[in-house]
Write a protein of this length. Structure first.
Length: 228
C-alpha cells in the first residue's frame, strides 16, 4: 500500500505518474449460513475421497483439496440444490462487482479445507491457450478471523523490480492481507500471486474456502474472446 506521503508527492508532482494499478473486488454472499448448511455436509462426505490429491506442482503440505477431482467438483456444477444456490448467491455477489453488462464462463471450481495449520504457496490462476482465466475468486465459506489466516495478495512485480531504483514510487507494502470475514468473496486478476500462510490447528472449526475461476466472455458491448 502506498504511504500517505508518497501519495501526496505523487499528486503534487506534475512530472510523476503512477501506472498499472491492480483492482481487487471484495464483497459477500447474501446468506452464507444457508450455503454452509448445503455445502459443508457434502464437503465432509467427500473430503477424504481418494481422488482428492494435492496436484504435483503444488508445494502445500497436507491441504485437503478437490482441485483435480472432477467427480466431486461436478456436483458443484450440476443441476441440484447445492449448485443452484451457489450460482444464485455467487451471481448476485458478482453483479455488484461489474459496472457494465457482462457474461462469464466458469473455468473451474473446487474446495480447500484447512484443519491443522496447513498452508499454500504463492501461486497464480493463469489459464491456458483456448481457456483464458481473467479473474480468480475465493469464497470464505467457513472462516473465523480470530483463528484463521486470510489470503495474502502479493505484488506481481516484486521479483521483476529487484533492486531497481524508482525513487519513492515503490515505497509501499509488497503484500496485502484483506480483512475478510465468513461469507466474504474476493475477486482479483488471475495474474495476482496469492498465498495462505501457516495457521493454528483448528479441527473443531476448519477454514473452508471455495475457489473458482472466471473467463469474461463479454463486458459492456465488447466480446473479450470472440473466437472461444
Amino acid at each position: 500500500m502506498i504511504s500517505n506521503e508518497s501519495l501526496r508527492q505523487a499528486f503534487h508532482n506534475p512530472y510523476r505518474k503512477e501506472l498499472f494499478p491492480t483492482t481487487v473486488f471484495h464483497g459477500g454472499v447474501e446468506n452464507n449460513q444457508h450455503l454452509k448448511e448445503l455445502v459443508i455436509p457434502y464437503i465432509e462426505k467427500t473430503k477424504f475421497n481418494r481422488d482428492n490429491k494435492i496436484p504435483e506442482e503444488w508445494l502445500t503440505n497436507n491441504l485437503i483439496t478437490s482441485f483435480n477431482n472432477e467427480d466431486v467438483n461436478g456436483v458443484l456444477l450440476e443441476d441440484n440444490d447445492i449448485s443452484r444456490e451457489l450460482q444464485r448467491q455467487y451471481g448476485e455477489a458478482l453483479d455488484r462487482f461489474f459496472d457494465e453488462p457482462y457474461e462469464l464462463k466458469l473455468q473451474g471450481i473446487w474446495y480447500n479445507v484447512y484443519t491443522n495449520g496447513e498452508w499454500q504457496e504463492s501461486h497464480t490462476h493463469l489459464g491456458g491457450i483456448g481457456s483464458p482465466i481473467h479473474f480468480a475468486c475465493i469464497h470464505f465459506l467457513s472462516f473465523d478471523p480470530d483463528i484463521h489466516n486470510s489470503v495474502t495478495l502479493l505484488d506481481p512485480l516484486v521479483t521483476a523490480r529487484g533492486n531497481s531504483m524508482e525513487m519513492k514510487s515503490n515505497e509501499y507494502d509488497v503484500q496485502f492481507r484483506p480483512p475478510v470475514k465468513e461469507g466474504d468473496i474476493l475477486m482479483f486478476p488471475s495474474y495476482l500471486p496469492h498465498e495462505v500462510s501457516p495457521g493454528a490447528s483448528t479441527p473443531e472449526y476448519p477454514r473452508i474456502t471455495i475457489s473458482f475461476n472466471l473467463e469474461v466472455v463479454k463486458y459492456g458491448t465488447e466480446e473479450e474472446n470472440p473466437e472461444s
